[in-house]
Design a protein around this ligand. Structure first.
Ligand code: AMP
Length: 269
């Protein structure tokens, strides 16, 4: 496993003519990340994982500061998985070129997380475009857990780069709660609340499939969940293909962002 601390060095030393799969992460790795890496290893000749807690995508400094980091354990996991290349760049290394093209979101994309976390996706799109300018991978693997992120990366970046985007299913504990690096910030009591919320939404999805009219009960479900957690940013049902509100039984997805104390979690069902 070769570890690069500079994107320039990586660019010059990795042979991108070979089929390279790229998995961008913010570290504090868990089974969700592992599943993306395993998919890349199955499909590609070489696998490259980046670990970079991107300050540009945090709309609150305190959130950036307290984001869980565990580089030593991450490297152990990556080595065990047989990852070929790891990129751990510094903030300076990524943002050395101040003239980086800034991508502005269209007004109709300011929904769900981009409504509640202004500047977040602009930061995500900035770092992914810097990566893809330098990392000429054949595939980039992203998780459906961050559904809007995959949607916006496809929409704003897929025509600018040759790298093909592959989205992978959300990995959950047996109790339906999704793996997330932020889970490490939760107390046991709050994990229980998260499990409860996941199960309410899983059941709600099944009910909607059975009786589509149940989709109208979203307000009631929002109230129920609001009583469990500290705050619900949004609970919305949208069309998974365009994130618009024109839904039917086959294309709908339930999106949620909520807080357990000051830890913000997102999921979709
Ligand atoms: P992060 O380190 O949180 O930025 O996530 C890096 C990648 O892992 C993103 O593409 C996420 O969507 C994906 N990911 C995070 N959690 C999960 C999960 N539970 N299942 C599958 N993919 C995930």
């Amino acid at each position: 496993m070769i570890i690069f601390k500079s994107i320039n060095k990586l660019k010059n030393q990795v042979n991108f003519k070979a089929n390279v799969g790229f998995v961008p992460t913010m570290g504090s790795l868990h089974k969700g990340h592992v599943s993306l890496i395993k998919t890349s290893k199955r499909r590609c000749y070489k696998t490259l994982v980046s670990i970079f807690v991107n300050p540009a995508q945090f709309n609150k400094k305190t959130d950036f500061k307290k984001y869980p980091r565990n580089i030593i354990n991450d490297l152990k996991i990556l080595k065990k998985l047989g990852v070929d290349y790891v990129l751990i760049p510094s903030i300076k290394d990524i943002y050395k070129n101040k003239k980086q093209m800034k991508i502005k979101l269209k007004e109709n994309d300011k929904i769900l997380c981009s409504k509640y976390r202004p500047g977040h996706f602009e930061g995500v799109l900035a770092v992914i475009s810097i990566f893809l300018k330098n990392i000429k991978a054949k595939f980039m693997f992203l998780g459906d857990k961050d559904f809007q992120q995959v949607y916006l990366i496809r929409k704003y970046l897929s025509n600018k780069f040759k790298t093909k985007i592959i989205s992978c299913k959300t990995i959950r504990f047996n109790n339906s709660f999704a793996y997330s690096s932020r889970n490490k910030l939760l107390t046991k009591k709050n994990i229980k609340k998260g499990i409860l919320i996941s199960n309410i939404l899983k059941k709600y999805r099944k009910q909607i499939i059975k009786h589509f009219n149940k989709a109208k009960e979203i307000e009631m479900i929002t109230n129920k969940i609001s009583r469990i957690c500290s705050r619900v940013d949004y609970l919305e049902i949208r069309n998974k293909n365009n994130l618009k509100k024109n839904i039917n039984k086959k294309n709908f997805k339930i999106f949620i962002a909520y807080y357990l104390n000051d830890v913000r979690l997102i999921d979709n069902f």
